[in-house]
Design a protein around this ligand. Structure first.
Ligand code: FDA
Length: 395
């Protein structure tokens, strides 16, 4: 078919735009992805034990944005799910005894680990004030160690953040921007849910079904296993392109350094638990802040939506500098480099032509939750409509 719009990437950023274009214009749309499946990093599948597994790590949907929920909830079927995470802590050096405590840190965390007498929000505030009394507790902070110690004190910092950050980023918090650990929530109450957003859901039949429905439209064609960088010459004549791949790949021929990312490696194993409702670990996600194991967390997928199987599938996550780009590394050097790519993107988008748009977590070099990726696509769509530059296709 003749294509009016090319969408590079079948994750949420690309698929939401494809759907909006299809519903609101007469454009013929081609969605390509270099992978052999749709869904981007949210892709999931049912494995040989009947357990739904996310190929690229656990994905929990949560949002404050009603418009995002109104949009996405019409694709697939969804059910409420409040996510809880435990951290495995070794309270005594040299001793193998471990305790599973809730994260984010809340009253129960302090009770179980440090002080059983903490009962109320007032106790919690007093306890934290005591923990932080001898540290610098007014910003601006020079790095993430200072910002975390100021809020949590040294004990929590050492037990929960110092080594975990090393495993996750290959850098200790003192070498990361203060904003990284500033984003970690701290609860003064007993709320042990991982997220506090009013809308917390999981798709009953998985994210891949949501994407199947999003992309199911007569004006949308999908080509998988198609790498834009290898085949971009085939798309020279396309009127409008939305690119959701890595921005440094798009401008690779400009000779700038490549952007730094952290990647993940997944190690899965299956255990025969014999009973349909038996599970292996005390929560769906167990974080591992200690240096005793090299992985950062273990996810037991069976626990999401209480799936039933005589087996359980567990996946350990190892953070690494090599492999697929997952997390941008937010430091001054990378942000400065990204701003150079951004300038190239602005030129490419070009005021008169406006024919290439850069969207999503890889093109914007920014970690986005799913709701942010969807919200960002909805916002861009509104903006393009207001500016009238989709007029020809909308006609
Ligand atoms: P996404 O990466 O999904 O899609 C981009 C697509 O472009 C990919 O499919 C890629 O193959 C394709 N592509 C790249 N280059 C290409 C090329 N040259 N040619 C063709 N195609 C190309 N969020 C949340 O809300 N709750 C959660 O629990 C989690 N959990 C989570 C765990 C882990 C381990 C990660 C890494 C991320 C999360 N997220 C999350 C974030 C979530 O994955 C993220 O918001 C979305 O994937 C963003 O969607 P995008 O479409 O922007 O990127």
């Amino acid at each position: 078919m003749t294509i009016d719009a090319l969408i590079v990437g079948a994750g949420f950023s690309g698929s939401v735009i494809a759907r909006l274009l299809a519903e609101n214009t007469k454009a013929k749309i081609l969605v390509i992805d270099s992978r052999d499946h749709i869904g981007g990093n949210c892709y999931d599948y049912v494995n040989q034990y009947g357990i739904r597994v996310s190929k690229y790590g656990a994905h929990l949907f949560h949002t404050k944005r009603q418009d995002v929920w109104d949009f996405i909830s019409s694709y697939g079927t969804w059910e409420p799910w409040e996510h809880k995470v435990l951290a495995k802590i070794y309270p005594r050096d040299g001793c193998d005894e471990s305790v599973h405590v809730p994260v984010p840190v809340c009253i129960q965390t302090i009770q179980q680990l440090y002080d059983p007498s903490i009962e109320t929000e007032e106790d919690m505030r007093r306890w934290l004030a005591e923990e932080t009394k001898n540290v610098i507790n007014a910003g601006p902070f020079k790095n993430s160690m200072e910002s975390a110690v100021a809020r949590f004190g040294r004990r929590i910092y050492n037990d929960f953040f110092r080594n975990y950050t090393w495993k996750q980023w290959n850098k200790y918090p003192e070498h990361l921007d203060s904003s990284v650990l500033e984003r970690i929530p701290l609860r003064y109450d007993r709320d042990d849910r991982y997220f506090t957003d009013p809308i917390q859901m999981l798709p009953s039949c998985g994210y891949t079904q949501v994407f199947d429905q999003l992309l199911d439209h007569p004006q949308i064609e999908i080509k998988l296993g198609t790498d834009y960088f290898l085949e971009r010459h085939c798309f020279n004549g396309v009127q409008f392109t939305v690119f959701t791949g890595p921005i440094d790949g798009y401008f690779a021929s400009y000779g700038l350094d490549r952007l730094e990312y952290r990647s993940l490696h997944f190690e899965d194993f299956n255990i025969n638990v014999e009973q349909n409702d038996a599970v292996v670990q005390p929560a769906s996600v167990v974080n591992e802040p200690s240096m005793r194991v090299p992985y950062t967390r273990t996810v037991e997928f069976k626990q999401f939506l209480n799936q039933r199987s005589p087996y359980s599938t567990l996946v350990r996550e190892y953070s690494s500098s090599f492999g697929e780009p997952y997390y941008p590394v937010p430091n001054d050097q990378n942000l400065e480099l990204y701003s150079k790519y951004q300038q190239l993107a602005v030129k490419e988008t070009g005021k008169e032509r406006r024919n290439v748009q850069f969207l999503g977590r890889l093109a914007n070099y920014k970690y986005l939750n799913m709701d942010q990726a969807i919200g960002n696509a909805l916002d861009h769509w509104q903006q393009w409509k207001t500016e009238g530059f989709l007029k020809e296709m909308l006609a």
